[in-house]
Design a protein around this ligand. Structure first.
Ligand SMILES: [Zn+2]
Length: 260
């Protein structure tokens, strides 16, 4: 009896000790990825999010819906998603340094602390020509002598704005989608434009994420929203988020475009 109890206590102590050891190991420096490993992890690890959720997941997690969206761990963390408690995806503990990966030749409104979209400096932006129009928020541009991380031909997904779908492979044409698409075509196709950037250079499809400025100094992304051809896409953080939100509210108040 006494021996048995001693054995149980010993076993319990051993388990507690092992647990404590594991805990110490897990918090030991050896097991915390260094900066290089963190960066590698951030870029190379694919995690999944859902349209309505606030967490990121590993593939196969039961919390994921069929409409899961793949993105890098870095994008997920920077977009404000937290790790799921069920599937335990990798966690980044260090600050990300996206700036270091983007050359100084790109004009970035977050880094320059541009106060509003009307204050942006066209003379610092990359010039491009719109050669193809995809839909209300997506166009293709060409550039002569593009900066190192850009290609001569790029597809641009306009930052901070979402227009109704017209060309989605699995969705029907949405209300006001054609009008939004025609508006962008009429204003941009064949025109010289100026590109400004923010946090993320590209989306998960490899499209450039930027603000498109027209020669009159107008931020076209905001113009789309102001005229009611799209709504402010505020799921992810961007410099002019509050401004774009206000532009959408104004369009709604005046029942412009898709709010009519
Ligand atoms: Zn999960």
């Amino acid at each position: 009896m006494n021996i048995k109890r001693t054995f149980v206590i010993s076993a319990l102590s051993a388990v507690i000790a092992a647990g404590a050891f594991l805990f110490i190991s897990a918090t030991n420096d050896d097991d915390v990825p260094g900066p290089d490993e963190q960066n590698f992890l951030a870029e190379s690890t694919v995690v999944y999010v859902t349209k309505s959720g606030k967490k990121y997941h590993l593939d196969g997690c039961s919390s994921l819906s069929r409409s899961k969206i793949a993105m890098s761990l870095e994008d997920a963390v920077r977009s404000g998603y937290g790790p799921c408690a069920n599937c335990h995806p990798p966690v980044l503990s260090l600050q990300l340094t996206p700036e270091s990966k983007i050359s100084a030749e790109l004009y970035r409104v977050n880094r320059e602390n541009v106060a509003s979209s009307v204050r942006a400096d066209l003379s610092k932006m990359v010039q491009a020509e719109v050669v193809h129009h995809v839909d209300g928020d997506t166009v293709k541009v060409t550039m002569v002598n593009p900066p190192p991380e850009l290609k001569a031909l790029e597809t641009i997904r306009m930052l901070g704005v979402d227009t109704p779908e017209t060309v989605h492979p699995t969705k029907d044409v949405e209300y006001f989608g054609i009008e939004a698409s025609d508006f962008t075509k009429a204003r941009l196709l064949g025109k010289r434009v100026y590109l400004a950037f923010d946090w993320d250079l590209r989306d998960s499809y490899g499209r450039l994420l930027c603000y498109i400025y027209t020669e009159d100094g107008d931020c076209f992304n905001k113009t789309v929203i102001t005229n009611g051809y799209g709504h402010a896409y505020t799921r992810f953080s961007f410099r002019f988020r509050d401004e774009f939100r206000a532009a959408e509210q104004e369009a709604r108040n005046h029942k412009r475009g898709l709010w009519g």
